[in-house]
Design a protein around this ligand. Structure first.
Ligand code: SF4
Ligand code: SF4
Length: 325
């Protein structure tokens, strides 16, 4: 693609934080139809639910969909609403389920939703850990013990000290998340600690060792730690930087590339406003593909600059993790 053909324009963006809203307006590279790469949906293996909407008890400075206590752009998903999609997903052969937000545990229907899900397949919940009190961990244990399928919990913590984490996630969040992790471990879970990279690459080993030490100190002997690259949209764009004008995917780049690494070739995201192409792009109206799962089984044009992060880093949303040992 020649630079002459490269235009930049604004999409409106509804962030929870008024101060971030205007500044976070997304810039998108516009590719011609010949240059645009398309992602086929090979099989709908994985189904995501934005079960907590965009409502969160934290206001993280790097949140790529700008969730906060005030962002009601997407709402909580009621149990019956989720159940309809679970039923449809069985007909389509979905193999696993992910629940995210916002903060999923703010949705009081979550335990019931997990019961319904674990009756048909394995589930993963992505959480900031703040609300995982002993009572909640006990309930999750009961739900898991009643199922033949597994329940994974991913807890996001962004620094191995309170100072480093709270700078991004807010004061007191480190201590509360660690308490949540302890409760999960005490109830037999092996939570995946998910860390968004906000440091230089040269620091990665030091950060990894720091997390391993902290987890070992609280009794989590062989921690699972997953590091994820930044998605330069939403508030992250304001915190650090947006995408550079050369960061996008073209058809040419996908030649000889294993596109099964991209989430959108095997998954979809259900929200209270319909089905979106993936968990990353719900802030983009054009990323809504349908209302039903059946109608979402179609290719998608990879015209968003966030697609570049997927291209470089692979299946960033999946559970694969590295052991601390
Ligand atoms: S990054 Fe997660 S915990 Fe932080 S505001 Fe966004 S949804 Fe909430
Ligand atoms: S952001 Fe990633 S998962 Fe979403 S459409 Fe682009 S490549 Fe696919």
């Amino acid at each position: 693609m020649s630079l002459e053909n490269l235009k930049v324009h604004d999409h409106s963006f509804n962030a929870g934080a008024p101060a971030a809203s205007a500044a976070a307006a997304e810039e998108a590279v516009v590719l011609s139809s010949e240059e645009t790469a398309w992602a086929p949906l090979y099989d709908l293996d994985t189904l995501w639910f934005q079960v907590g909407g965009t409502i969160c008890n934290l206001w993280c400075t790097h949140c790529f969909i700008s969730c906060s206590p005030e962002n009601h752009k997407f709402g909580f998903m009621p149990r019956e609403f989720v159940k309809k999609y679970l039923d449809e997903s069985q007909e389509l052969g979905v193999k696993e389920y992910y629940f995210t937000g916002g903060e999923p545990f703010m949705n009081r229907d979550l335990p019931g939703i997990l019961e319904d899900t674990l009756a048909i397949g394995p589930a993963t919940v992505l959480t900031n850990g703040i609300l995982i009190q002993k009572r909640v961990a006990r309930r999750l244990r009961e739900i898991t013990d009643d199922s033949i399928y597994s329940l994974e919990i991913r807890v996001s913590i962004d620094g191995f000290t309170a100072e480093a984490n709270d700078r991004i996630r807010g004061q007191g969040s480190f201590e509360k998340a660690i308490f949540g992790v302890k409760n999960l471990v005490a109830h037999g879970f092996l939570p995946i600690i998910t860390v968004a990279q906000t440091w230089e690459d040269s620091e990665t080993e030091r950060v990894f060792d720091g997390f391993r030490q902290v987890m070992t100190d609280i009794g989590y002997a062989r921690p699972r730690i997953k590091m994820i690259p930044p998605l330069r949209i939403g508030r992250e764009k304001v915190r650090s930087r947006g995408y550079d004008k050369f960061e996008y995917i073209t058809k040419e780049l996908l030649t000889d590339y294993d596109d099964t690494l991209l989430q959108c070739t095997s998954s979809r995201m259900v929200t209270d406003k319909g089905v979106y192409v993936c968990p990353i792009l719900i802030d983009y109206p054009e990323a809504k593909v349908s209302d039903s799962l059946k109608d979402s089984l179609q290719p998608y044009p990879l015209k968003h600059q966030a697609c570049y992060t997927c291209y470089i880093s692979g299946a960033i949303c999946h559970n694969f993790s590295s052991s601390g040992n």
